[in-house]
Write a protein that binds this ligand. Structure first.
Ligand SMILES: [Zn+2]
Length: 277
């Protein structure tokens, strides 16, 4: 599933194509993905408009015109391909965007999503912050200067396991399952520890390891899933060095103990019972 680092990589990849260009046309090949696409509003806010900026919030790609935002989520299997033709090159292409560059060159962005858990939405400039997808989100981990303090304060009195706590988008966005396991290993915190029992010093450490883990993955271009492709069509499978994730029973890289696998809130958690307290 595309996580924050993959969406950040995608954002950086489509930025040069979109920023300063005009969204000349949007063709939707079906009316819905996970939810209905607000086609009329999307076209009203974005088609014919110059794209002023391309950014990411949580796992959403945002493209902004003078009037509003186009909002894209890749769901489980979504990707956006930069193509030289409007004709879909792969099955499950659900939308095609015609982009006219400042010097007249035409590029096509194809939104492809076999399982259709993705989303295309929009919001006027004034309504973005109030949009139901964004209204309750926690801070961006990489932009939040006092993330350790934020986690510490928010966690007081909380009995939720710390891994579940940091994966909750109300706490902080973008800490997906792989990154949660890896960050907790790096900070040497046991994933089952009650969030409210983790010390301020350990939250400072955890904030740093969350940032490092995500930054490393962004630097590598995303991490590790089969269905994602970079916009130029290459598989988005980058060998980020994983310490614990998907390494059940293999030796811990630090102490040699077998990495353990448990389930928390239905998700696989990998950790070293010796290194993480
Ligand atoms: Zn260990």
């Amino acid at each position: 599933m595309p996580e924050l680092p993959e969406v950040e990589s995608l954002t950086q990849a489509v930025k040069p194509v979109l920023e300063g260009s005009r969204l000349a046309k949007a063709t939707f090949l079906r009316p819905d993905l996970r939810a209905p696409i607000p086609i009329e509003d999307f076209c009203e806010l974005l088609v014919g408009q110059v794209i002023e900026s391309v950014s990411r919030r949580s796992k959403y790609l945002l493209i902004k015109s003078r009037k509003g935002y186009g909002i894209f989520h890749l769901g489980m299997t979504g990707r956006i391909l930069v193509q030289s033709s409007a004709t879909p090159s792969v099955p499950h292409t659900h939308a095609v965007f015609t982009v006219a560059g400042a010097s007249g060159e035409i590029t096509y962005l194809h939104f492809v999503d076999p399982r259709r858990f993705g989303r295309i939405d929009c919001a006027s400039v004034d309504d973005l912050a109030k949009h139901p997808l964004f209204v309750d989100l926690g801070p961006e981990p990489l932009d939040c200067r006092d993330l350790g303090e934020h986690l510490y304060k928010l966690s007081r009195g909380r009995k939720t396991p710390v891994k579940v706590f940091i994966m909750d988008a109300h706490t902080v966005v973008g800490v997906g399952n792989i990154y949660a396991s890896e960050s907790l290993f790096r900070a040497q915190i046991h994933p089952r520890r009650k969030a409210g029992s983790v010390s301020r010093a350990n939250y400072e450490k955890l904030a740093a390891t969350i940032k490092d883990t995500l930054s490393d993955a962004i630097a590598a271009g995303g991490t590790t899933f089969r269905d994602f492709q970079t916009p130029d069509g290459n598989p988005g499978y980058f060998a980020v060095s994983l310490n614990v994730y998907d390494r059940a029973d293999e030796p811990c890289k630090k102490c040699g103990s077998a990495i353990r696998l448990i389930r928390q809130s239905g998700r696989a958690t990998y950790f070293c019972a010796f290194c993480q307290k």
